[in-house]
Every structure is written in C-alpha cells, then in structure tokens.
Design a protein around this ligand. Structure first.
Ligand SMILES: [Ca+2]
Ligand SMILES: [Ca+2]
Length: 495
C-alpha cells in the first residue's frame, strides 16, 4: 500500500517491520492488516501439547474464560460488552499451564483486534508456547468457557484502536501489575517460561478506545532532504538541519472519501520552511505547490477514491532550531487526517537530536615571526596577542564575550583591539569584556590586541602571564594564557 510512482511503494513503517520480523510473523501482521485470521506461527504447528509430560493451557475445571472485556469506567469482566464511541475498554487474557512439573517455554499471547468498522467488533485470542500448539479458548471437558474471543457491541458503526502503553501483566497470581511493551495486538507478546500449577497462572490486560469509523489511513515518514530520500519512521539529525516529511493518505474503505483535510503539529525546536509543501496525486505526479497552511488551518485534499492506486502524498520541509538548548531530544511530529473535520487517522515520525554547546579559547603571543605560547621582551616593548574563540558544538552560542587581563608591568594600548583584522572598541579590557555576538557551530573569531611593557619590573627575568576569558549563553567560561619572559638589565656603568 501507499504506492505512488517513484515514491516509496511500501510505507516505511511496514517495511521496517517486514525487515524486523521473521517471515511467519510478517505474514501474521499482513493478515491482521487485511482483516484476515491468520494462525500464529505456523512453523510451530505440530501435533504436540497433548501428552501427559508436556504443558497444556486453559483446560481445567475452574479455569477462567481466556479473553474477556470490561468498560474501564466501572465495568466488570464479561463477554460481550456494549459500548459507545468515545469509551475505553479493557481486555483481560487469562493463561494457566495445568500440567504440573512442566514448563511452557516462550509462552506467547496474541490478540487479533478487528480492523474493520462495524457494530460487532470481535477480537480473537491465541495462546501458545514452544511445547504447545496455538489455542484460542479455554476449553474444559470439550466445552468453550464463555464466548470465543471477546466482542464489543456498538449501537453505531465504530472501530477500535489499541491504547499505546496500556499492556500490563499480572503474573503468578499477583495483583500488582508489571508493565509490558506494546505488541500483544501486533505479532504477540512473549511472557517467557510458564510452569505448571495454579500459582503460576496469570493475566495480561490492555486497553482499546472505541472510535468513529474511518476509511482513511495515514502514514508519515521522515528523511534528510535529497533527490532520493530514504523515508523512515525515525532518523537522527543535528541542530540547524533541514528535515523532509512525507505523508501518505489512503482510502481503505469502499466509497470515495470527501472533505478530506490534513494537519500537522510540529514539535518545539522545529519550524516549517515556507513554500515547501507539495501535494502529489495520480493526476499530478509532478506535485502541486500548496499554501503554507498545513500547521494552521490545514490543507484540503481533493476526494480520495478507494484503493492503493489513489493514495495521495504530501511532502514538506522543516528546520531544526540551531539555538536549541543543549541536550538530547526526540522531536515527535504528529500528522492527522480529517473527514469533514472529524479526525480519521494519525501518524507520527521522530527526529533524534543531540545538541551540544561549547567554546574553546586559544590565546597566543607574537614573537615577531609567528604566534607562540611564550615570547621574550624588554622594557618599553609593545607585545601583540592573538585570541581565537571557536564554537565547538553543533548549536549556536549567543552573547559571546571575550575579556583579557594584561599582566603587571604591562598596559593595554588604546585602540589596538581588532576583530578579524578590523578595528574594534576597547571593551576587551573592561569588566564585562568585548561583545562578539553569536557564534554559529564551527564558527570562530580572531581577536588581536597589544600591550606595552611600561611598568618597573625587577632586575632579571619576570614571567608576564596574559589570560583571556571567553564565555557565551549556555557555554561555560573558558580560559587560555600566553606568556612573555621579560628581562630587565641594570644600566651599564660609564667608562
Ligand atoms: Ca471470551
Ligand atoms: Ca595559549
């Protein structure tokens, strides 16, 4: 799905999953996307689990129904349950290995949620392990306990959507849940090895939302801009980078979708690049430039007929703030598609950014030929110093200041300060220092200044240390020095 000319033929999300899962799991995923019942892990489909020395699940007198549902707002576990659009429903999945002295390795629970719209929304449950073939119900003495699967009945057509992060595990009879990652509704959740006895029985619960029916699905991906972008669900980038987004909207229903519009919400530290939104349809594969309203009133899209051949795409570009605070960020960008202003589907893509801020200060002194750490001088000499301040991070540093402390016996030469060879004011020897403005990542400024040795130093050698101090918003102060070895001689006796 989401095919269109040279654009990515398969959504990056699905591609990623296809890469990540083994073929059998991919088949199951594809099946669930198509609303087709697929037996979990056909590779394990051998005649096993029925012997006396092997594990066996959910068959004993007293075992609960495998899958039940309840309204989260004060409901009790049952099957079916009646619900309305807007309500949240919990599922409870019961497992119990009834064969003592056995262990069911890699016990896996899977629930196939209905992907279709309707008034009878039936989920199917699957339970298996290395040693047992998939079963879909608790069966005691040949009879299914309760109803197979779990059904939500609605008065008006609806669809259900898994609530991300809602899966909890109550292992070994505990009433305190352990949070599980998402996956029970998408390929299955492996809860490990389950031993045989009542005290090792448990439950896994998760939630869904009952939503308005939809025909439209959306897929959003992100890439570094270029001529042949590699669209992904997540990329890494630097502050200041330009980022490209790609939205696909497909009609999975049976009738043409009208009054379709798309909106996007940009995360903090990311700004839209005006004039970069283009819409691609079958009739306009070259793209049509759109107004810059994707992030405000949205962009209206012409009617979308059913089928993957009629998918429409939007592309646009953004820029990551080069002035963002130092730190690591996951910039999550959420796009939504609407029909008659009712949200149908949303999709997100992430950009991971690590922002580092830092400056270096490099101070040297002239020996008349080159810049060195240490030179020599005598009373009355003029000494020239050079300071380089550089932004070593990947974000801009505002309000950079450079201050210089001349050593004793040395006085600043008024008007001697230059920035990049251009005369500047004399603030470098003031308390606050010389303002250098903003330094972008990798940018440096070169400052030169002079001192004259006019103090009365003692006879012999003195080490005159000159110190430069650099700082900026969010950047710790950095210091560097250069030295002058001053040699003072007594006058020579007259002959
Ligand atoms: Ca049931
Ligand atoms: Ca130095």
């Amino acid at each position: 799905m989401f095919k269109f000319k040279n654009k990515r033929l398969t959504s990056a999300l699905i591609k990623t999953k296809l890469r990540a899962y083994r073929a059998v799991l991919s088949f199951a995923l594809l099946g669930s996307m198509l609303g087709i019942m697929v037996m979990p892990n056909a590779g394990l489909d051998k005649a096993k689990g029925e012997g006396t020395n092997t594990p066996r699940f959910n068959f004993m007198q007293g075992d609960y129904e495998m899958l039940q549902v309840a309204k989260t707002n004060g409901g009790t576990w049952s099957d079916p349950v009646s619900a309305s659009v807007g309500e949240r429903i919990s599922y409870s999945f019961y497992y119990h290995n009834g064969m003592i002295n056995t262990t069911a390795h890699n016990t896996t629970l899977r629930v196939d949620l209905p992907t279709i719209t309707g008034t009878t929304l039936e989920a199917k449950s699957w339970l298996w392990s290395n040693e047992t073939t998939p079963i879909s119900d608790t069966v005691v003495a040949g009879n299914i306990v309760g109803l197979s699967g779990a059904t939500i009945n609605t008065a008006t057509p609806a669809r259900i959507e898994y609530v991300a992060g809602s899966t909890n595990w109550y292992p070994n009879g505990t009433s305190t849940p352990t949070h599980l990652p998402d996956g029970i509704t998408n390929g299955g959740m492996n809860i490990g090895d389950i031993q045989g006895c009542w005290n090792y029985a448990g439950f896994v619960t998760f939630m869904v939302d009952v939503k308005e029916p939809t025909q439209l699905i959306m897929d959003k991906t992100v890439a570094h801009p270029g001529t042949n972008e590699d669209w992904q669900k997540m990329i890494s980038a630097n502050p200041g980078d330009s980022i490209a987004y790609h939205l696909g909207v497909q009609n999975n229903g049976t009738t043409t979708a009208t009054q379709v519009s798309v909106k996007d919400v940009l995360p903090t530290y990311m700004t839209y690049t005006p004039g970069t939104t283009y819409l691609y349809t079958q009739a306009h594969p070259e793209g049509i430039k759109q107004a810059d309203t994707l992030f405000s009133s949205g962009i209206a899209i012409s009617d979308i007929a059913p089928g993957s051949g009629n998918v429409v795409f939007l592309t646009y570009k953004t820029k990551i703030d080069s002035n963002m605070p130092a730190g690591s960020y996951s910039l999550n960008n959420v796009a939504k598609v609407y029909m008659a202003n009712v949200e149908q589907s949303q999709s997100q893509a992430r950009v991971l950014v690590t922002a580092e801020r830092g400056i270096v200060v490099d101070k040297m002194v002239s020996n008349g030929v080159s810049w060195v750490e240490e030179n020599t001088a005598k009373l009355g000499d003029t000494v020239t110093y050079r300071i380089i301040v550089r932004n070593t991070g990947n974000i801009a540093i505002a309000n950079v200041y450079m201050k210089d402390a001349l050593p004793v016996f040395e006085t600043y030469v008024i008007g001697s300060t230059k920035i990049g060879g251009v005369s500047a004011n004399d603030d470098i020897v003031s308390a606050n220092g010389l303002a250098l403005g903003t330094l972008n990542p990798g940018q440096e400024k070169v400052i030169t200044l002079q001192g004259i040795i006019n103090g009365c130093a003692p006879l012999g050698e003195s080490v005159l240390t000159n110190t430069a101090y650099g700082r900026g918003d969010g950047a710790a102060e950095k210091i560097d020095t250069a030295r002058t070895i001053l040699t003072v001689f007594a006058p020579t006796m007259p002959r």
